[in-house]
Design a protein around this ligand. Structure first.
Ligand code: ZN
Length: 470
């Protein structure tokens, strides 16, 4: 995946060298077909012999087409099965006492592989996953998701009815960099690990208080705070006490556990993890709490830690214990509902939002990161706006397309200077919520008729027809 995105600048350099040859268009399309697997919009190539190629627009078009092609490939291989719940994983969480799990990590691209790789959980088992800059998630939106999850228990008995003594689990995930803690940590918290953890913890507490105040104490939720060292993928889990209370000072560093468990078989590793849980729960001083967490929470935390030991093992074997790209290396900004298809470290900065107004801090951080990665090299910032609709709801697709356009226009207006210089390229797609649904490309104009791809020269915006082919 990363190789295909990283190959684009090299192919485009070769393409640029051809732009004054007589049969330029044929040569370029042949090169793109062979090296990238698709053709470029003809409109980008026509007239290149007079005005020269708009390489920024070409880069944007190539990046967006590659993203769609990767998504198609992912669907074809059945790597993701969309939002269909995985029964085994759902029953694991139910056994731990949780009927729904809602994770809010930081938007940072280095956490893009959080669920599938760092925590090694099946995507489908996580009911909600929405990233926010600095893991400072929207409390009201989280309450809305909680209401949806609880209502489906009452109305549909999904995944279990209301009589089951299960709870809703909200997890916030912050991050830091052990190699360069002062510069490569969380951009939203000035690379300050403590501030990142404290910020996420305070949102978690606000969320629980909101639920308790609005729906009485019996409707309480469980909270979990997890940190990730993005250089090694090792996690730190803040262990709740018997009352579900969290502390910044009561946590298990999995890199320490990794050192103690190297060479152990899984059973021996589990025993050491449970022992670490007991020890940390009995500590005195700043991190002291009211004893060990519930049995279900212990099982969940132990599983997360053991899963993550395997990921640390992988990073040791494949990357010498530490990624070479400890800093940012995102290729694009993913805006909206996020792509199920791209769950890979450092592939994209992800800003979860429904309107730009609510997601402005997230977008500003993302634009800043991509500016330093791309604009400094003359390449545009590529923004992939993507929302999901529900085919079962009349008019949902049309409203979702309108939302796509609204958010895209707002992004272009907010970063107008970048857009004016051709350094902001936006693409839009929508997708049905049903498992394995294809990405549908949204034309950037409101005209109903599908039309061939074209570039708005004043904005650098790429328009692609409804059929999905550039
Ligand atoms: Zn961050």
């Amino acid at each position: 995946m990363r190789g295909r995105l990283a190959a684009i600048p090299g192919v485009l350099q070769r393409l640029a060298a051809e732009q004054h040859s007589v049969d330029f268009v044929e040569k370029v399309q042949e090169l793109c077909r062979r090296e990238l697997g698709f053709e470029l919009p003809e409109s980008l190539l026509r007239g290149a012999w007079i005005a020269g190629l708009d390489m920024r627009a070409v880069y944007g078009a190539a990046m967006l087409a590659t993203l769609r092609s990767i998504a198609e490939q992912v669907h074809a291989t059945g790597f993701t099965n969309g939002r269909d719940p995985d029964e085994t994983a759902v029953s694991f969480f139910l056994d731990c006492g949780y009927h729904a799990v809602d994770i809010s990590p930081c938007s940072d691209g280095r956490l893009k592989g959080l669920i599938r790789y760092i925590l090694r959980l099946p995507d489908e088992a996580i009911r909600y996953r929405n990233a926010y800059a600095g893991a400072l998630f929207d409390v009201e939106a989280s309450v809305g998701r909680w209401i949806e999850a609880e209502l489906s228990r009452f109305r549909e008995w999904r995944p279990v009815g209301p009589e089951a003594e299960s709870r809703y689990l909200k997890i916030a995930v912050y991050h830091w960099s052990s190699s360069d803690p002062l510069h490569m940590g969380c951009a939203a918290h000035g690379s300050n690990r403590r501030r990142a953890a404290a910020g996420a913890l305070s949102r978690l507490r606000e969320f629980r208080e909101a639920i308790q105040n609005q729906f009485c104490c019996g409707a309480s939720v469980d909270l979990l705070l997890v940190g990730v060292d993005t250089d090694t993928d090792a996690i730190t889990v803040h262990v709740p006490d018997a009352d579900g209370e969290l502390s910044l000072h009561r946590s298990i560093d999995n890199m320490d556990l990794y050192g103690q468990t190297v060479g152990d078989d899984p059973n021996a590793a589990y025993l050491k993890v449970y022992e670490a849980l007991r020890v940390v729960s009995e500590q005195e001083g700043w991190g002291s709490g009211n004893g060990q967490p519930t049995e279900g929470m212990r099982r969940l935390v132990a599983t997360l830690l053991v899963n993550n030991l395997s990921q640390i093992d992988y990073v040791c074997a494949a990357h010498g214990g530490r990624y070479a790209d400890v800093g940012h290396a995102e290729h694009f900004i993913s805006v909206g509902d996020g792509f199920e298809e791209f769950q890979l470290r450092n592939i994209a900065y992800y800003a979860h939002l429904q309107t730009l107004e609510e997601g402005t801090p997230d977008m500003d951080v993302g634009i800043r990161i991509l500016e330093s990665l791309n604009v400094s090299r003359g390449l545009p910032v590529v923004v992939a706006v993507h929302f999901r609709y529900d085919r079962r709801v009349p008019g949902s697709r049309d409203r979702t397309i309108a939302k796509c356009r609204r958010v895209t226009d707002a992004i272009r207006a907010r970063y107008a200077e970048l857009a004016r210089r051709g350094l902001l390229v936006c693409g839009m797609t929508v997708q049905d919520q049903a498992a394995g649904s294809p990405l549908e490309v949204v034309d950037c104009e409101t005209a109903p008729a599908a039309r061939p791809a074209a570039v708005d020269d004043t904005s650098g915006r790429i328009c692609v027809d409804e059929g999905g082919k550039p």
